[in-house]
Design a binder for this molecule. Structure first.
Ligand code: GLA
Length: 730
């Protein structure tokens, strides 16, 4: 009798072990419990486990929460999915049907099909675990095999329990000209919601990425961190629900508000990917995972160096003309740049685009401004030895435009109502859910590229939210599909453009940083971080943005002073040193610069070319946060081989008798000797340690003293101070 009990206990244990589904990356794993006929449970997410520890997980105490809770049965908690079935039943009960694991394109794919216990309604919970970067993407495929349509009232991408403790969340908040501001707070009981309802641009205010620091107050280079990014270009909702259990429950997905989705018979609804990472090397460690994954698998051309460019916007605004464009091209070529981008103001025949109140949609060159068309500009760029890029805002029109006169039915607006007007008092959003509009938007790019195959770069802007709910294309019973269909249309157009023009560089701009999101970047090479180019505020914005996005994707431009947004006057050296920590460019009228300033930029561009691979492909280590009140900020990039690094140091406030912390470096090889060279030097005398070599160990344990100010002639002194040090292993 005793023996039988032992045997059956062993059998149970092995069955239980078999039913563990392990979703693994090199250093991390998620463990699920997927017993056929039971609910799918998530037990664990963290560092990679041994077989023995997986077997002991449940005994040790594991999360044991539904991986994809459905609404209507045990209703008290938050649900990942809500369904009104064809007969009006609002409850769904999902049980494991089948489990499969395979390897595709170097990733481990896990698919767990759940079936409703009564209806022919299925949800496949999918996990893609990368095998060379610690990132797991999850999404679901919701399938209605019933004869009649059902209505989805919620459709998250995923759900993850985070053990209650001293858990802090880091997330990004902002507004126009102040994007990517870091907010860090301790998670308490109750519900926290981070969401966007802009319709078109989803990263302007709050971001759909978060990090959870599991070991108390967030630290950059220590502690366990879970990072999450919802990869979707449209409205989203992230919820962290902390009730009477031991877990903060994190939910993320498309925002279901005003978006109930009618799922027809046989239709499959695929939710966007939700990417998770785990690191025990602090916030910067999680960022490095996001950056590696992003560069390799998400960002367009993440393995190619970006060109150094001049954009015309802050230099001339709408005042586009041939001699002006030619002069700017000559100037950026002189300074060593590689690309010129003509921004807004070049188009409109019947209604020339003189300011922001007309012409979007009329993508015909304004011959009064540019008599020889785009072709001449491209040729001139060739002559200057640089490439040419152009601005468009293809999803939009104005009430003052030929397009709107011809196609008033293409705009988003509610029936029986006048449309809400946006920028310039006339802007309108085109209904991208309409296939005719999709064709039109594709053709804007196609025509430009066919007529001017040498166009190297497109700045794709979107400067208005969806401000009125109503599609003139969708049927009456599917008006609630407006937002979802808009982004499906956006994806279709982007797919077509990339299929035909795989090599062109495309920047995602949306009134600044409104499209800094991993759901957009697979088609785009970079994003404009913000319309605010003030160096000091950029340190803060770029710091936050770097939590989730790599420097190669962050367009960062040297601009004029007083700054056009905040009217602050900073030194050119400071502006250069900040712009050089991202994808360097310029946004200025070079004609207004002195020869000395032009030469400083020329030198900086030459030096950036040397460090470009380290900045654009290196690993980030954030060292001192501008948000921590130390009157300074510092970060560095280290090449993967650890043979080169670039260290940035910016003073953010100036007080007499101030004593700033000495910054310890990170990420270096302790045993290597690194030679220190200052870049962009303006001082009359070199730093004391210029040209000297120090061990990685010394630099990481002690760092180098950075002088508080620059040693320059008296009339050149100001209150800005910054340093860029290049470290090369000897
Ligand atoms: C938006 C962009 C700017 C510029 C203008 C042009 O505001 O963010 O960079 O392109 O539009 O109108």
């Amino acid at each position: 009798m005793k023996r039988m009990i032992l045997i059956s206990a062993l059998l149970c244990a092995s069955l239980a072990a078999m039913a563990h589904v392990r979703v693994t990356t090199p250093e991390t794993e998620m463990v699920l419990k997927a017993d056929a006929g039971s609910e799918l449970k998530v037990l664990y997410y963290g560092a990679r486990l041994s077989d023995a520890d997986v077997a002991g997980l449940e005994a040790a105490g594991a999360a044991w929460v539904d991986a994809y809770p459905a609404y209507g049965f045990h209703c008290a908690g938050e649900a990942s999915i809500g369904v009104t079935h064809a007969d009006g039943n609002m409850s769904t009960v999902l049980k494991v049907d089948t489990v499969s694991q395979s390897h595709e394109d170097g990733a481990q794919i896990t698919r767990i099909r759940l079936k409703d216990t009564v209806y022919p309604f299925y949800v496949t919970v999918c996990y893609k675990a990368y095998q060379d970067v610690d990132m797991i993407e999850t999404w679901t495929e919701i399938e209605n095999l019933g004869k009649k349509a059902v209505t989805l009232t919620r459709f998250d991408s995923g759900h993850l329990p985070v053990r209650v403790g001293d858990v802090w969340i880091s997330h990004l908040h902002g507004t126009w000209a102040a994007e990517g501001r870091l907010t860090q707070e301790q998670l308490e009981r109750g519900m926290m919601v981070i969401k966007n309802k802009d319709g078109a641009r989803n990263a302007h205010t709050d971001h759909s990425e978060v990090m959870f620091s599991l070991d108390g107050k967030p630290q950059e280079n220590a502690g366990r961190v879970i990072g999450a990014a919802l990869c979707y270009s449209g409205n989203y909702e992230l919820r962290i629900d902390t009730r009477d259990t031991d877990y903060h429950e994190f939910f993320a997905g498309i925002n279901p508000d005003n978006s109930a989705y009618i799922l027809e018979s046989k239709e499959v609804f695929k939710t966007p990917e939700l990417a998770f990472t785990y690191s025990d090397e602090g916030l910067s460690g999680a960022s490095r995972n996001f950056h590696r994954w992003g560069r390799k698998y998400k960002l367009a051309h993440g393995d190619k160096e970006r060109k150094i460019l001049l954009n015309s916007w802050e230099g001339v605004y709408f005042d586009i003309n041939e001699p002006g464009m030619d002069q700017m091209m000559a100037d950026i070529a002189y300074m060593g740049g590689e690309l010129f981008v003509m921004d807004d103001g070049w188009f409109g025949e019947k209604y020339p685009r003189l300011t922001d109140n007309s012409s979007l949609g009329d993508w015909k060159v304004d011959r009064n401004k540019l008599p020889n068309g785009i072709g001449w500009l491209v040729e001139q760029a060739d002559k200057h030895g640089i490439r040419f890029g152009i601005w468009i805002e293809p999803e939009m029109t104005n009430s003052v435009s030929e397009l709107y006169e011809e196609h008033p039915e293409w705009i988003i607006k509610a029936p029986e109502r006048e449309p809400v007007l946006g920028r310039g008092g006339t802007q309108l959003v085109l209904d991208l859910g309409n296939p005719e509009v999709q064709d039109f938007v594709f053709k804007i790019v196609d025509d430009l590229m066919t007529e001017n195959p040498k166009i190297d770069y497109i700045k794709w802007d979107a400067n208005m939210p969806i401000s009125n709910h109503g599609s003139q294309y969708l049927p009456k019973n599917k008006q609630s599909h407006l937002y979802i269909e808009y982004h499906r249309g956006f994806a279709k157009v982007c797919d077509r453009i990339r299929a035909k023009y795989p090599d062109v560089t495309i920047q995602a701009c949306a009134s600044g940083g409104g499209r800094a999101n991993w759901g957009v970047l697979p088609w785009f090479d970079e994003f404009w971080v913000s319309d605010n180019t003030d160096a000091l505020q950029r340190i803060h914005m770029q710091w936050g943005t770097s939590y989730f996005f790599p420097a190669i994707a962050m367009a960062s431009h040297i601009s004029a002073t007083p700054n056009h947004t905040v009217f602050r006057t900073t030194s050119l050296k400071y502006r250069i040193d900040v712009a050089m920590s991202g994808r360097l460019g310029m946004e200025i009228q070079p004609r207004n610069m002195t020869q000395e300033e032009r030469d400083l930029c020329r030198k900086a561009i030459a030096e950036y070319k040397e460090i470009r691979p380290v900045v654009q492909f290196g690993d980030i280590y954030r060292l001192v946060s501008p948000y921590d009140g130390h009157n300074m900020a510092s970060l560095m990039y280290v090449a993967p081989e650890k043979n080169q690094a670039v260290f940035y140091w910016w003073k953010t406030e100036t007080f007499y008798d101030d004593h700033l912390p000495r910054v310890r470096m990170a990420g270096l090889d302790p045993d290597k000797m690194y030679k220190v060279t200052e870049l962009n030097r303006i001082d009359n005398v070199p730093l004391k340690y210029e040209g000297m070599s120090f061990s990685g160990k010394f630099l990481m344990e002690n760092g180098l003293e950075i002088p508080l100010k620059h040693i320059v002639d008296y009339h050149k002194q100001d209150d800005w101070s910054s340093r860029v040090l290049y470290l090369s292993a000897q």
